[in-house]
Design a protein. Structure first.
Length: 185
């Protein structure tokens, strides 16, 4: 009796383990397909990044002030929801257009466009590099581009599920990071 129950338990366990391996192989195959599609999309240079949230890198004092001012909203000094604000980077062939809401600190007192604080750029980047990391299944796109009155260093990391993280470093502002998704144009 004990042998029969041991054999039946072993049989059920063997079936469960073999099913689990098949599921993980299928998931792995689907993940690899998604990653290959992502590589094709990024290499096509015909896609856009749409930001869902912004994470400004600010001083402690600015964070405290922002937290107080934003206390009755879903935002904080460290995270701003962009669902009602169209913030994007569009890459089409050799041209890049960016218009992203900015919530950080200015570094220069002589900033020219105090009426519009968005990060804006349009044109051809003077450095553009795509780094494909097959081991981590992620793609990094780096470029430098000139805005109207400042230079931007942009680093975009894209994952197989098409979520992306964009970090922007400026010559006149504190750094900011955006979270969003990459979509074909």
């Amino acid at each position: 009796m004990k042998i029969k129950s041991l054999i039946s338990v072993s049989f059920v366990l063997l079936i469960c383990l073999s099913c689990a391996k098949k599921i993980s192989k299928t998931e792995s195959r689907n993940s690899q397909v998604a990653y290959n599609e992502l590589k094709a999309l990024v290499n096509s240079k015909s896609y856009s990044f749409n930001a869902r949230s912004a994470n400004p890198m600010q001083s402690n004092e600015t964070i405290e002030v922002n937290n107080y001012l934003l206390s009755r909203t879903d935002n904080t000094g460290l995270r701003q929801d962009l669902s009602t604000n169209k913030s994007f980077i569009s890459i089409k062939n050799d041209s890049i257009i960016g218009d992203l809401a900015y919530f950080g600190e200015l570094r220069t007192s002589s900033y020219n466009d105090a009426g519009n604080m968005n990060i804006k750029f349009k044109g051809m980047p003077y450095q553009y590099e795509t780094i494909i990391n097959d081991r981590a299944n992620e793609i990094t796109v780096k470029f430098k581009i000139k805005g109207d009155s400042e230079d931007f260093n942009v680093i975009m990391v894209v994952f197989p599920n098409k979520n992306a993280k964009v970090s922007i470093y400026s010559s006149n502002r504190t750094a900011i990071q955006y979270l969003g998704e990459v979509l074909p144009i």
